[in-house]
Design a protein around this ligand. Structure first.
Ligand SMILES: C[S@@+](CC[C@H](N)C(=O)[O-])C[C@H]1O[C@@H](n2cnc3c(N)ncnc32)[C@H](O)[C@@H]1O
Length: 201
């Protein structure tokens, strides 16, 4: 790939040089387990992420949130490759949030266009404030059925949500209509399904 996608991937590689958060401290694992989430780590590959973000048609009025943002690559790519108004990552592991913030600080030092719109918060996705969110992504493969059901109930109450992208599919719900299933490469499996739902009102 050449052009802006190629530049963003090269920038991302540089921003994360020497930063690795696949393994986290035991206390972080316990914290995530207490939330009933899963601390298992994996990522969409950068090319796949850029494709998905383009499909989500993020514009200036959008507030994009990655629930379980890990090291923050999806959030940084949203800020670097789209016109999104704000891109936020919510992550419960303090070690992963610290890495995401280091990468963001490097991006700001390098004055990479768009990155001032990105931010990370250490919080539980089932409790954090999501009222401004218009588009949500969650790399949910390892979440239990019970956690997915709680998350879906929560997301159905959000006032501005228009699109929801999730690796694991959600059960049918009157608030969400399945619009697309993409097959995109993830760090643990090629051509992983990504389900995109429209919030219907
Ligand atoms: C598969 S990783 C996501 C990687 C990232 N979104 C990406 O695609 O690059 C899932 C993340 O969700 C986090 N997590 C699990 N339960 C959570 C919760 N209740 N609130 C916030 N984050 C949670 C885990 O710590 C983990 O980093």
């Amino acid at each position: 790939m050449s052009g802006p996608g190629h530049d963003a991937r090269a920038q991302l590689r540089r921003l994360y040089r020497g930063l690795d958060g696949f393994e986290i401290p035991r206390e972080d694992e316990r914290k995530v387990a207490r939330s009933r989430g899963s601390s298992t780590y994996g990522e969409l590959m950068p090319t796949a992420t850029i494709r998905l973000l383009a499909q989500l048609e993020l514009g200036r009025r959008d507030h994009f949130v990655d629930l379980g943002a890990g090291l923050g690559k999806v959030v940084l790519l949203a800020a670097m490759t789209t016109k999104v108004g704000r891109a936020r990552g919510v992550e419960l592991s303090p070690a992963r949030v610290a890495i995401a913030e280091q990468a963001l600080a490097r991006a700001k030092r390098e004055r990479i266009p768009g990155v001032s719109r990105a931010a990370f918060v250490e919080d539980d996705m089932l409790r954090c404030d999501l009222d401004e969110a218009t588009v949500i992504y969650t790399c949910s493969t390892a979440f239990s059925a019970a956690f997915m059901a709680r998350l879906q109930r929560r997301l159905a109450t959000l006032p501005r949500l228009r699109r929801l992208a999730s690796l694991q599919d959600f059960d049918p719900h009157p608030a969400f209509e399945l619009r697309e299933i993409y097959k995109l490469d993830a760090s643990w499996k090629r051509r992983t399904k990504v389900h995109v739902y429209a919030r219907v009102r």
